[in-house]
Design a protein around this ligand. Sequence first.
Ligand SMILES: Cc1cc2nc3c(=O)[nH]c(=O)nc-3n(C[C@H](O)[C@H](O)[C@H](O)COP(=O)(O)OP(=O)(O)OC[C@H]3O[C@@H](n4cnc5c(N)ncnc54)[C@H](O)[C@@H]3O)c2cc1C
Ligand SMILES: *[C@@H]1O[C@H](CO)[C@@H](O)[C@H](O)[C@H]1NC(C)=O
Ligand SMILES: *[C@@H]1O[C@H](CO)[C@@H](O)[C@H](O)[C@H]1NC(C)=O
Ligand SMILES: *[C@@H]1O[C@H](CO)[C@@H](O)[C@H](O)[C@H]1NC(C)=O
Length: 466
Amino acid sequence: MKVLICGGGISGLIGGIVMARNPNISVEIYEAAPEFLPIGAGIGIWIRVWDLLAKLGLSDDLRSKTASATTPDPIDALIFRKSDQPEGVEFYTLVTNGPFITFHRHDFQQTLIQHLPSSCKMHHSKRLSTYTSLPNGKIRAYFEDGTQVTCDLLIGADGIRSTVRDTMLREKAAKHADVGNFEDAYQTLVANQPLWSGTMCYRGLIPMEKVKADIEKGNLTLEECHIQHMGKNANLIVYPIANGSMINFAAFYHQPDKVGSVFEGPWVQNVPKEELQAAYAGWEPSVQKWMKFIENPSRWAIHTIRPLDTYVADGVALIGDAAHAMVPHQGSGAGQGIEDAYFIATLLSNPAVTVRDIPKVLAVYDAVRRPFALDVCRRSHLNGSYYTMNNPDFKYRLAETQAGTPEQEKILKELGVAIKNNWEWAWTVPFDDNMEAGLVMLKRMMNNVGEQSAVVQDNGFVSAVL
Ligand SMILES: Cc1cc2nc3c(=O)[nH]c(=O)nc-3n(C[C@H](O)[C@H](O)[C@H](O)COP(=O)(O)OP(=O)(O)OC[C@H]3O[C@@H](n4cnc5c(N)ncnc54)[C@H](O)[C@@H]3O)c2cc1C
Ligand SMILES: *[C@@H]1O[C@H](CO)[C@@H](O)[C@H](O)[C@H]1NC(C)=O
Ligand SMILES: *[C@@H]1O[C@H](CO)[C@@H](O)[C@H](O)[C@H]1NC(C)=O
Ligand SMILES: *[C@@H]1O[C@H](CO)[C@@H](O)[C@H](O)[C@H]1NC(C)=O
């Protein structure tokens, strides 16, 4: 079986690592970038994703790149503070099973690259321009430099502006239009366009040296390095990365009236710090203290992909951000891409699976992973509305109470619990549930028994069952 992975980001690399272990699969990665530069910011994963990486034998090397614990014991992961006032109030301690395990994104990606088996080549400077389906069921991929590659399966791991998705959705739209189904054709093309979430993220990395100097002066405490500050239309999160040698700073600013509008200009841009300061004017001193470390924050306009009807077409599958780019409010975008890649690669590696069975593998992938990833998108979005105090369940009630009063404390406590309930899947629901459902479903399909369906579990999570 010949598999071509388009995109060497975190999702694509995991796909390569798992598939290349099976001698029956020949897999190569085609990546647009000439090289991966040591830029970027922090990235974190939850224990369910860590367990999966450990299964792949990556834990020792990854552990040397993080100061986070990697055991599943309950831990005070984050303190929530309401900070959009002169004196902030701490209102909730988020206890999770295992911490948010944090890395410098470049360290994380390089570790994956080191674990790519030598049989899986990664070709750089190869930007996909389009693909076509051949009459024999194979896929031909076309690159901007004129090269063409034929494969049995094309995996689109090419991020939020995915070319694979673009080609797939255009083909689907054309098929709808061919039978006069113009509404569906239109909706399919609309779904291809990334949507601005109305949120900006100002990111920066702060050397721990500088922070230490302030801690020694008594102007900052170590506890302040693990806090989520929340308030009207904004939230700020800080956490250590790169084995504790840097602090990752991510300050979100949300404009409710801009949700879904078209963002003009580059999505990532360096901006003067005044813009960031303006977003947090009037917030408590502990927030102001972080601002002074940030000189030229990079400003990210956070975009998402609308829920797609399907992640697959004949011989093609979308994984990671290409399929479901989401707002980053549950620290789970990359984790979901890792799970997609591991899931599809594990099904393909089943000894009984041959090229003939690819459509079944894709059907199972779509049936199990799409509802799950979409639910994570929804939860992340909800999380964002909580952090920025825009959720209608709390917004109006909070507005009617005064800071520091027992009434407000009670509402904030409820808010903390709502955030936890929305998020705890990340440290309580194991990925194995998904994987097992997929393996059983595939086995049934290969034996031509049973129909798949999706159910909503007690915890509100959608999973596939038979
Ligand atoms: C502010 C912010 C904070 C975040 N924090 C977290 C976090 O803490 N935890 C977490 O899990 N997630 C987080 N995320 C989300 C996470 O960064 C993404 O979900 C993840 O990087 C997606 O990985 P990917 O491999 O699917 O796509 P990408 O990382 O976008 O990789 C796509 C790759 O494909 C290549 N490519 C693109 N087009 C082509 C083409 N035509 N041909 C060939 N190659 C191509 C690109 O060069 C790139 O290397 C955050 C996101 C943001 C914006
Ligand atoms: C990580 O930090 C610890 C404690 O500061 C140090 O002992 C260890 O050598 C560091 N690991 C690496 C790989 O830098
Ligand atoms: C502490 O930080 C605040 C906020 O940045 C700053 O105004 C103040 O001068 C600092 N104090 C000391 C002693 O560094
Ligand atoms: C490779 O394929 C052969 C023939 O289908 C099969 O017998 C064998 O178990 C496969 N090997 C692996 C590692 O899946």
